[in-house]
Every structure is written in structure tokens, then in C-alpha cells.
Design a protein around this ligand. Structure first.
Ligand code: NAD
Length: 516
């Protein structure tokens, strides 16, 4: 670590008093420090529109220093006994649980989602930490004796070294927690590059890892943008990268990282369909569409953005969804509202543009969120719940991932039409079917080309001990996040073949070894 990276200018860290515009640095070698590039990105409170901080963006020379420091710290961590590594994870688990509300408050202040939702994301992240606490079991290899006479074989799972984790704005705590605990449990050093739009939750988590006893330098939080990400992907000292974000960036990250010889898993965007069959419980389906469509203002990769109404179900279903959507309270996430603002003014304007486009294209605007009544400051990045009916697959509100509180209803004639529509979509992250027909749900689960399926469950998010990931344009690479896939991704296997000689010597034999 160079001295300039560890220099901390007075008043320059993220511990600013409320109301102050903070300087947000990096977390390196166990302390928050300022970057030296001179480049920064504004961080806003989406519920007030105020700039609350400026986050440092790392340049390639800073990346180089951090990778070298991580490699040095990680080597000892990877050799630490499994018991001692487990204890650090347990202590982190205790800290995270006891300070979940503090983390949630930081999330809400920079992302905007309501506090209860922020707490929900912390608890999903906590489950991954709990899963990773089983590391001695999860890192077991395999063994056979006598694969040849008096020859034994065993496989080991060894850490990769330094791994990069690059995360999106929409889950500032949960997505880092999908990867960091598993990568650390497997014995790696981690460089986390959070979204520049809401970086503070990652810094708080790093502080807790430090308090939990993680040796300095094993986890770094390096804030940055595309320049930082590219430097991480090009750096020969980074062995692997886990990425979550939009599809075009996921694809670019996958291609650049693998071209540089790295292992890469890149989770991308989504367009999640919820199919409602005529025999479904329509109140259950309407509740689910509203919860999964407008929760976190639609800024979830598992948000439902297209409801596919089959047969004659649409009129009644649209009425029920509209009634519920109109009853939602939009406002400041700290005031007990149902739905918060969008993350930035630019993103709000982009989503608003889709609402204009949907109307112009001829979809029926049933609930218009463009001029919402809000419980919050005038300059927050507001957009209310919006519902379109009679959406057709050629409209941009259907083709594009909007990532906002805009729900589209597409009407189709039959189950087969619904299945064909979902399978024709380039994304394959999540989908749901609402029905009481076991045969229909079984066929849907079997034939749909999507990575995560819910049956009468709107957001089919796997548990920590199952892996999370989509298909098609929603995932580049082979490995999903956490679960067994996570441990496989962050380790490489080595096979060790051993012969201990009997008192009698084997003798010379230049023939090809056989298993006799
Ligand atoms: P994003 O792609 O803009 O950014 C993600 C990360 O990549 C950030 O850390 C950002 O700094 C970095 N980045 C941005 N542009 C880059 C570039 N050109 N090259 C390299 N790195 C770059 O995504 P976002 O807006 O922060 O997050 C929302 C997106 O993430 C949505 O598309 C959502 O569906 C997706 N997402 C997917 C999942 C999943 O599990 N599949 C989960 C959460 C979010």
C-alpha cells in the first residue's frame, strides 16, 4: 500500500454530521481513506433530491495498489484454519443482525427504498452469511483409497486469490452479501466495487467485517466507475470477477474479464413475466402483481414488469390491480410509506419517458403515476405506481427493462400463447405463474426458459443455500450466486494422488500407469 492511499485528510471520511455533504472514500487496509484520482461522483438522497456526498472514483494506479495489497493480505487469510475463518464469519453475522437497522437507514438514505424493504434486503444478505458459516463442510473435497494398488486420491478446494465483486445500485447491501461472505469463507481476498450511486452501505459492512476480526486488507471497498471496473478486469492479479448489473454492462464485463483469462459470473437485467391463468385466485394474483411490481419502486431484478393475462381473466384482474395500486402511499422511505422515490433524477426522467412512450404507442394507461401525491420533499425523485393495459410485445414498455414502478398487462388467448411469449423474451431471470391447476403449473415450470420460477409466488428468490441466477441475457457465465455454485465459483479444485510405499519397493516400470 502506498502512503498516498492511506493518507486521510481531516474531515474527509464518510462520518460527516447530518446535513453535511460528505466525502466518501475507499476502505483499504482496515480504514476509510481518500482516493487520489481527484475524480468523484455525487451521491444524493432520493427522497429530498439533495446531494449528500461525493464518492471518490479510483483510477487504474489505485486499482494496482489495492490488488497488490489484497494479494499480500489474502495469502495468509487463505491459509488460516477453517475454524478461525468460521469464527470471523460468525462474529460478522452477530454484528450484522444487531446493527441491521443502522444498515437499513444507510440504504434508504442513498437508494430511497422504504425502511422495511431495506431491512428485508439486510435479512436476505444475513442468510448468505449464515450459509457461509458452514464453510468447513462446504469446502470438503472428495477422496478414494486404492485407486490403484496402495494409491489414494483426494481433491482439494483451494481459494482463487484476489476476486473482484462489482455490484449494482438496487441492493446496496444484499448483492454485496451474495458474494463477499462466500468468497471470504472460501479463503479469498475480496475487492468490492459498489455502485457509485449508493456506496455507503458497502463501507459500513466493511467496517463490521473489520470489527468481526477480518484481517486488514482481506476485504477492500474500492469506489469507482467504468474506469475502475475495467482496470480490475484487466489486472493480472485479479483471478475472478462477480458482477451484477444491467445486461449490456454484464455482457461487456464478461467478455473483457474472460478475455483477460479470468473466471467471470455476470448477472444481468430482467423482464419478469407473471402469467395469470383463468382459474387463479385473482385477489392473490393482484396482491402479488402489486407487491412485486411496485415494491422498491420496481427497482428489483426480480420485479414483475409484465402481467400476462390468459383467456378472459384480464378485465377483472386489471380492476383489482388498479384498485390496489391507487391505494399505495408514495413518499419518503423514512415515513412509513409503501413506495419510495427512484434512485436519481435521471433515472426517474428515463422511466417517465417510458410512460409517455407507452401512452403514445396506444397502450391503455389505467393508473398514471406521472403526477403523484407524495408524502415527501418536493424535490424528491418521485414517480407513482403506473399501470398499462392492452400492451403489445412491440411496444418499448414491453421490450425494454424499465426498472421503475411501471406494470404492463399483456392479454393472450391461451396457456400456450403465454408460454411462447415468455420464452421469446431475451431475458430469463424470474417468472411466476398463478393458477390452481397443478398440471399447468408443472408444464410451465418444466418448459419455461427462465432460471427462477414461482408458482403462486411472485418473487421466486432462492434461499441462500440454493443458488441465484437467471438464464439467457440475464446471466453471462456458468455460475449462479451463493449456494453451492458460490463455493464452486470461488475455489479451484486440485487432485492429489498419493502412494506411500510398503516396506517392499515397487520397482521400475516405464509402462503407462494403469489402475490395476
Ligand atoms: P449498471 O449496469 O449501470 O451498474 C452496475 C455496476 O457496473 C456498477 O457498479 C457500475 O459502477 C458499473 N458500471 C456501470 N457502467 C459500466 C461499464 N460501462 N463498464 C463497467 N462497469 C460499469 O446497473 P445498475 O443500474 O446499477 O443496476 C440495475 C441493473 O442491475 C438492472 O438491469 C437490474 O436488473 C440488474 N440487476 C440484476 C440482478 C440479477 O440478479 N440478475 C440483481 C440486481 C440488479
Amino acid at each position: 500500500m502506498t502512503s498516498s492511499l492511506t493518507d486521510t485528510r481531516p474531515g474527509s471520511t464518510s462520518d460527516g454530521a447530518p446535513g453535511q455533504v460528505r466525502s466518501i472514500g475507499h476502505w483499504l487496509s482496515g480504514a476509510e481513506v481518500r482516493g487520489r484520482s481527484g475524480r468523484t461522483h455525487p451521491v444524493t438522497d432520493p427522497a429530498t433530491g439533495e446531494v449528500t456526498g461525493h464518492v471518490d472514483l479510483a483510477d487504474p494506479d489505485e486499482v494496482d495498489d489495492v490488488v497488490n495489497a489484497a494479494a499480500a493480505a489474502g495469502a495468509a487469510w487463505g491459509r488460516l484454519s477453517l475454524g478461525r475463518r468460521t469464527k470471523v464469519l460468525f462474529r460478522f453475522r452477530e454484528l450484522l443482525e444487531s446493527r441491521a437497522e443502522e444498515v437499513a437507514a444507510v440504504i434508504t438514505a442513498e437508494h430511497g427504498k422504504v425502511l422495511s424493504d431495506a431491512l428485508g434486503e439486510v435479512s436476505r444478505g444475513l442468510e448468505v452469511v449464515e450459509f457461509a458459516c458452514g464453510l468447513p463442510h462446504l469446502l470438503k473435497g472428495e477422496a478414494n483409497e486404492n485407486v490403484s494398488t496402495r494409491v489414494d486420491i483426494r481433491s482439494l478446494r483451494q481459494p482463487l486469490g484476489v476476486v473482484a465483486v462489482i455490484t449494482p445500485f438496487n441492493f446496496p447491501a444484499m448483492v454485496p452479501l451474495w458474494f463477499v461472505p462466500v468468497a471470504l469463507a472460501a479463503g479469498n481476498a475480496v475487492i468490492l466495487k459498489p455502485s457509485e450511486r449508493d456506496p455507503s452501505a458497502s463501507l459500513l459492512l466493511a467496517r463490521m467485517w473489520e470489527e468481526a476480526g477480518l484481517p486488514a486488507g482481506v476485504l477492500s471497498v474500492l469506489n469507482g466507475d467504468v474506469t475502475t471496473v475495467n482496470a480490475l478486469l484487466d489486472h493480472p492479479g485479479v483471478a475472478a470477477a462477480s458482477f451484477v448489473g444491467s445486461t449490456p454492462v454484464a455482457k461487456a464485463v464478461y467478455e473483457r474479464g474472460t478475455a483477460a483469462g479470468k473466471r467471470v459470473q455476470a448477472l444481468g437485467g430482467a423482464k419478469n413475466h407473471m402469467v395469470v391463468l383463468p382459474d387463479a385466485d385473482l385477489d392473490l394474483a393482484a396482491d402479488a402483481a402489486v407487491n412485486a411490481g411496485f415494491g422498491s419502486a420496481g427497482e428489483r431484478c426480480m420485479a414483475i414488469s409484465a402481467v400476462v393475462a390468459v383467456g378472459g381473466v384480464a378485465d377483472a384482474l386489471v380492476d383489482k390491480i388498479a384498485e390496489r395500486a391507487r391505494g399505495l402511499r408514495t413518499g419518503d422511505g423514512r415515513r412509513g410509506c409503501d413506495m419510495g422515490p427512484l434512485v436519481t433524477a435521471q433515472h426517474r426522467d428515463r422511466v417517465r419517458g417510458y410512460v409517455d412512450a407507452g401512452e403514445a404507442a396506444g397502450a391503455r394507461l389505467v393508473v398514471d403515476g406521472r403526477d403523484p401525491e407524495v408524502d415527501g420533499a418536493r424535490d424528491g425523485f418521485w414517480l407513482g405506481p403506473t399501470l398499462f393495459d392492452h400492451v403489445t410485445p412491440d411496444m418499448t414498455i414491453y421490450t425494454d427493462e424499465i426498472f421503475g414502478p411501471v406494470l404492463s398487462v399483456v392479454r393472450v388467448e391461451s396457456f400456450d400463447d403465454a408460454l411462447a411469449l415468455v420464452n421469446a423474451n431475451p431475458y430469463g431471470n424470474g417468472t411466476a405463474i398463478f393458477t390452481n391447476d397443478g398440471g399447468a403449473s408443472r408444464r410451465y415450470s418444466e418448459e419455461v426458459e427462465v432460471g427462477m420460477v414461482g408458482v403462486n409466488v411472485p418473487i421466486p428468490i432462492p434461499m441462500a443455500y440454493y443458488s441465484f441466477g437467471g438464464w439467457k441475457a440475464s446471466l453471462f457465465g456458468d455460475s449462479h450466486a451463493h449456494g453451492l455454485d458460490g463455493f464452486r465459483f470461488y475455489t479451484r479444485t486440485k487432485v492429489v494422488t498419493t502412494r506411500w510405499l510398503d516396506p517392499s519397493h515397487a520397482g521400475l516400470d516405464l509402462g503407462f500407469p494403469t489402475t490395476s
